[in-house]
Ligand binder design. Sequence first.
Ligand SMILES: Cc1cc2nc3c(=O)[nH]c(=O)nc-3n(C[C@H](O)[C@H](O)[C@H](O)COP(=O)(O)O)c2cc1C
Length: 356
Amino acid sequence: MFYKIILRPIFFLCDPEFMHDFMVFFGRTFGAIAPIRFLLELVWGYRGPDISKTVDGIRYERPVLLSAGFDCDGGLMRILPSISFGGEEVGSVTARACAGNPKPRLTRLVRNKSIVVYKGLRNQGAEIIAKRLVKRNADEGFVVGVSIAQTNDEKVCDAEAGIDDYCTTFRIMNKVGAGDCYTINISCPNTFGGETFAKPELLKRLLAKLAEVPCSKPRYIKMPINLAWNDFKELLDIIGTFGYNGVVIGNLNKDYSLIDFPEDAPRKWRGGLSGKTCFELSNELIRKTRAEYGKRFTIIGVGGIFSGEDALVKFRAGADLVQVVTGMIFEGPSLVREICNAYASEYPPTRAPAQQ
Ligand SMILES: Cc1cc2nc3c(=O)[nH]c(=O)nc-3n(C[C@H](O)[C@H](O)[C@H](O)COP(=O)(O)O)c2cc1C
C-alpha cells in the first residue's frame, strides 16, 4: 500500500528510464549494506514455509525470479534476496557494450499495465559483467542466470556475425564460470538485425555453434510469444535436439492490437510490450508446451504477473519457475512475497510439484 499510494505516484511522474536507472543505483548501493538488507527483509522478506525447489540440479530458495532487462549489468545480486527473490536473469548481456536505442526507450502505458520497451539491450558488455558475476557475493540459494543476446549495432546485422557474437559472450561466461545457468535470448524485438534466430534454420545454426563451447550448466532459450503454435513447436523440437534444459516463455509482445486502451499508445510504435498484454499469450504457450512435451522441458513462465493469483495461473499451466519485471514496477516489491505466499498455500511442502 505504501508503495502504491505514496511511492508509485512519485516514481511515475519521472521519466521511466531515469527511474529504472535510479532504482538500480539504489539497489546496488544499498544492497552492499547489511543493516539495510536486514531492514528490507523485515519489510519485504518471505517468512512462510519452505518453498525451495531444485530445478535442473540447481536449488532455488524461492521459485520467483527477476526477469531479464531490469538488472542488465548484474549489480543487484545482493539486494534481491532481501525482497524475496529466489534468483534473477542478469542482462541481456552482449559481447560488446551497447549504448541502447535512441530515446525514448521506455514508455509506460499505465492503464494498460504495460511498458513499451525499446531499450535495445543497453549493457556494459560480457567481459565487465562476467568479472562482476564471478565475484558474486549473492546468498546461497539465490540463483544467477545470465541472459545472452547479440550485440545491438550495425556490425552484427547478418546471421554469421550474430552467431559469432552470441558465441563470444557464451565463451566468456563459461570460461570464467560466471552465473549458475544461461538463457539464450533469441527473441529480443529491439535489435539491429531483428529477431533473426527465431527462424528454424538460423536457430539450428546458432545452437550448433554454441554447442562447440564447453558448458556444464543448465541452458535455456528465451522464446518469442507471437508465434503460431506450429511455428513455436518447430523451434521447441530444435531446442530439444540440442539438449537444452528448457525454455523461458516468453519475451515481449509485438502485437500492439492487444492493449486495452489503444488511445494511450505512443503515436510512433517502436519496441515490444511488456506486462498485461503478455499474460494470456505466454500462458497459452506454457500450457501447450507442457501438454505436448510433458517433463521434457523446464518451463520458466514470464509475462504479465501482477498478483500471486497470476503467478499461480502460470504454475498451474505448467511453469516450474516464474519471473516478473513489469508487475514489480507497477505493484512494488511486495509482489514478490505475495507470489511466494500464494505458491506456499497452493503447493505446501507436502504437495509440492515433482522436482526436476
Ligand atoms: C524494461 C525492460 C527491459 C527488458 N529487457 C530485456 C532483455 O534485455 N532481455 C530479455 O530477454 N528480456 C527483456 N525484457 C522482457 C522481460 O524479461 C519479460 O520477458 C517481459 O517483460 C514480460 O514480463 P513482464 O510482463 O513481467 O514484464 C525486458 C522487459 C522490460 C520491461
